[in-house]
Design a protein around this ligand. Structure first.
Ligand SMILES: Nc1ncnc2c1ncn2[C@@H]1O[C@H](COP(=O)(O)OP(=O)(O)O)[C@@H](O)[C@H]1O
Ligand SMILES: [Mg+2]
Length: 360
């Protein structure tokens, strides 16, 4: 200002004003650029490390989820999935590394992150004693909605998750599948941009599982970004755009479902001859036709199959040789097989198969 007065030139003042305006434009452009970069990925994590005593639950995890996409985090029990979700959802501080959600740092800007996210899964927020409606209205009120808004949002969500009829009953009377849907509805009251679903279908019966898959697909259609953890390759296969495989706190593989399955062969062929003495012959036929030595164990020949067209060829050949199969099946690779192919060892903690049979 002193300089203005001293020089007193209108030209000079104009030039200075212009310079100031330019710098505003520049800084706006800069922040716009940054915003654009951040907006590309809804979730970004780099080198996340988390210890529990001597257990390294996360051992340098990198991952990104583009806006509006669903990332499947696939891994057996104890792989570090929940720990990763808890760090990204600001519930747990990483020992090292950094992560952003919606461009906000999960440690330094936890408050902003929380306003963007919904979380559901192993730590359900649903109150057992309240009804479905009451649960959702309560959450809406906690999020600052008016009573009328909270009620209408609750009604909308119950309708969407086929819970309208059950909405007046206490949550403790809900079946497993209904509970999960209510839990999911609860996490959506605040219209999150980013949703964390931690093993949303573990323990559900197959029917409830496919119902929940439909619900998740509906969310995707709304443009919500989702990080979903699962122990089931099939689930990741059904829902995920991209998959990362966790083992011992590390990302051991990433790619699309097809890319991962290509590591094992897309499908698995199993043949059990009625006459056990013919097992070696079956192994020989299968090996010749698929061009790789199959496994023989438990009276059964098992082989990874990249091209399903080989199956009728094998069937015909066995028929010519007079071999009768008591069992012949083609199935998708299991997580365990993908694991074995990726790591050379089996997943130490098997997915809890018996849990799958629990009725909803
Ligand atoms: N609160 C905790 N205290 C001690 N160890 C834990 C705790 N939570 C998880 N762990 C351990 O950290 C590892 C990763 O666990 P977690 O993230 O829950 O895996 P996942 O969700 O894939 O099953 C496991 O070895 C587990 O036993
Ligand atoms: Mg877990």
């Amino acid at each position: 200002m002193r300089r203005d007065r001293e020089e007193g030139s209108a030209d000079c003042q104009r030039a200075e004003r212009r310079l100031r305006e330019m710098s505003v434009v520049w800084s706006t452009l800069e922040s716009y650029d940054q915003k654009e970069m951040n907006m590309g990925y809804a979730i970004e994590a780099e080198g996340l490390v988390k210890h529990y005593g001597s257990t390294k639950a996360l051992d340098g995890v990198d991952l990104v989820v583009p806006q509006g996409r669903l990332l499947g985090v696939l891994g057996p029990n104890g792989a570090g999935k929940t720990t990763a979700v808890r760090v990204l959802a600001t519930l747990l501080r990483p020992d090292a590394g950094r992560a952003t959600v919606g461009g906000f740092d999960v440690v330094r800007e936890a408050h902003q992150v929380r306003s963007l996210i919904g979380l559901t899964g192993q730590y359900a927020a649903v109150d057992e004693m309240l009804t479905g409606v009451e649960n959702l209205v309560m959450i809406g009120r906690l999020l600052g909605l008016s009573r009328a808004e909270a009620k209408s949002r609750a009604g909308e969500l119950l309708e969407r998750f086929a819970l309208t009829e059950a909405g007046g009953r206490a949550a403790k009377t809900f079946s497993g599948g209904m509970r999960r849907r209510l839990d999911l509805a609860a996490s959506l009251v605040g219209r999150p941009q980013v949703l964390f679903l931690d093993e949303p279908t573990t323990g559900l019966d197959p029917r409830s599982r496919t119902d929940l898959w439909d619900v998740v697909r509906g969310l995707m259609a709304d443009g919500v970004t989702v990080l979903l953890t699962t122990q089931y390759l099939e689930e990741a296969d059904q829902l995920a755009d991209d998959i990362v495989v966790f083992d011992h706190g590390k990302v051991i593989a990433s790619g699309t479902s097809d890319q991962l399955k290509a590591t094992t062969g897309a499908q698995v062929l199993e043949v059990r001859p009625l006459d056990g003495d013919r097992l070696d012959l079956v192994a020989q036929v299968v090996g010749e036709i698929i061009g790789a030595a199959p496994e023989t164990a438990g009276g059964r020949v098992t082989a990874a199959v990249h091209d399903p067209a080989v199956v009728p060829v094998i069937v015909r050949r066995l028929d010519e040789l007079g071999v009768i199969a008591s069992e012949l099946s083609l199935r998708k690779s299991s997580l365990d097989e993908v694991f074995l192919a990726l790591t050379g060892h089996r997943a130490e903690d098997q997915p809890a198969q018996e849990k799958e049979e629990v009725p909803a």
